[in-house]
Design a protein around this ligand. Structure first.
Ligand SMILES: Cc1ncc(COP(=O)(O)O)c(C=O)c1O
Length: 373
């Protein structure tokens, strides 16, 4: 059994995808070719933003807005310690300091009520708080109603980390469209993935769109001379083959989201009581990047994961170490006990196979193993 089945999906799009790839081989615009412009238009329409700037990874999609907004040394950017490392890494890469904010016990997402406290903490450290990066963890958008209000009250702007959330919604608005700017990843295992690295940035802000396009290509100027560099940028371009994969996969994405919801519903109805199943609050939908559950203790997690492994069923821990306890962030001065909810999640969480092509019999088999373990 696969944790994420990309083979069945590939078989579904294979013929049309190969036609697109052949066209790229022949037209020769391998980077930023017509497929890239096409997918940017399609993605902006899908997410519901005025602009989409494609780029080379989800990490670059997070880094580019920080660079475009001039985030740097002395600035603080608030984010959660219960996320993939890239969310905090880009803050450090920009030269700023991550300030962690605890997550909510129900949803794994950043707690808006604690933003004010983190702003004070940043100021006490002599930092200038500038922005928040909420993460749509496991596919569920963060609480943007409250986050947008609290961010505005502290003069902060929001960069949505929708690397996992792409496809999720909050009051009908799609992930990627919240805050000033949103970022997503097209890493192959993501809900919408390509066949390599890729990412995209979304915004309604014309000036930010212009800056992002410059940062994406080594800070190039607006004029005809592409070797005129007006700011420091990166090589963040997306290549045409990846864009072609995304075009084919976006066409079946809504159908896949329905199937992901089917899998999640089956899991939740069977596993409730044996483990703590994910909570999707009223008004939200998840893209189910991961289906993550909480065991009652670390020992229980080991027992269940051991039983799954014995049955040939893969399961994975996201995330075993919260970021404030990672070696790379030792220098920030956090210690064990600073974020008890995140630490508790790290000790009990695990994720089950999740993809649109998981059959009902497979779900039954996974649930049987867990319930009987
Ligand atoms: C929450 C989160 N942020 C950022 C990233 C970085 O994306 P990428 O791997 O495409 O650089 C990922 C994915 O790996 C992620 O899960």
């Amino acid at each position: 059994m696969q944790f994420i089945d990309l083979i069945t999906q590939k078989n579904r799009i294979r013929t049309s995808l190969l036609q697109r790839i052949e066209a790229i081989v022949d037209h020769g615009q391998y980077i930023m070719g017509p497929e890239v412009l096409e997918i940017e238009k399609q993605l902006a329409a899908y997410v519901g933003t005025k602009h989409c700037v494609s780029c080379s990874s989800g990490t670059d999609a997070l880094l580019m807005p920080l660079m475009a907004k001039g985030i740097g040394p002395g600035d603080a950017v608030l984010t959660t310690p219960f996320t993939f490392v890239a969310t905090a890494e880009v803050i450090s890469l920009a030269g700023a300091t991550p300030v962690f904010v605890e997550v909510l016990p129900g949803t794994f997402n950043i707690d808006p009520e604690l933003i004010g406290h983190a702003v004070d903490e940043a100021r006490n450290k002599g930092l200038d708080p500038k922005a928040i990066i909420p993460v749509d963890l496991f596919g569920l958008p963060a609480d943007y109603d409250r986050l947008e209000t609290v961010a505005a009250s502290h003069g902060l702007w929001i960069l949505e980390d929708a690397a996992q959330g792409f496809g999720g919604t909050f009051h009908g608005k799609r992930a990627g469209s919240f805050g000033l700017v949103g970022a997503t990843s097209f890493f192959p295992a993501k809900p919408l993935g390509c066949y390599g690295d890729g990412g995209a940035v979304f915004t309604d802000d014309d000036e930010l769109d212009r800056l992002l396009r410059s940062v994406r290509v080594h800070g190039q100027g607006d004029g005809d001379d592409k070797y005129q560099n007006v700011r420091v940028g990166i090589n963040g371009r997306l290549d045409s083959m990846q864009a072609a994969v995304l075009i084919e996969k976006l066409a079946i994405f809504d159908d896949e989201l329905i199937e992901r919801q089917r899998v999640a519903d089956s899991y939740s109805s069977r596993l409730k009581g044996r483990v703590q199943v994910p909570e999707i609050p009223e008004g939200y939908t998840s893209s189910w990047a991961q289906y993550s559950v909480l065991a009652s203790s670390t020992a229980e997690r080991e027992k269940i994961m051991g039983a799954l492994q014995k049955a040939g069923i893969p399961s994975v821990i996201y995330y075993r170490i919260p970021l404030h306890l990672q070696k790379a962030y030792e220098g920030l001065g956090y210690k064990k006990g600073d974020f008890p909810i995140s630490e508790d999640f790290s000790s009990r969480i695990f994720s089950l196979p999740m993809h649109p092509y998981l059959k009902d019999e497979e779900i039954d088999r996974i649930c049987d193993v867990i319930v009987n373990s």
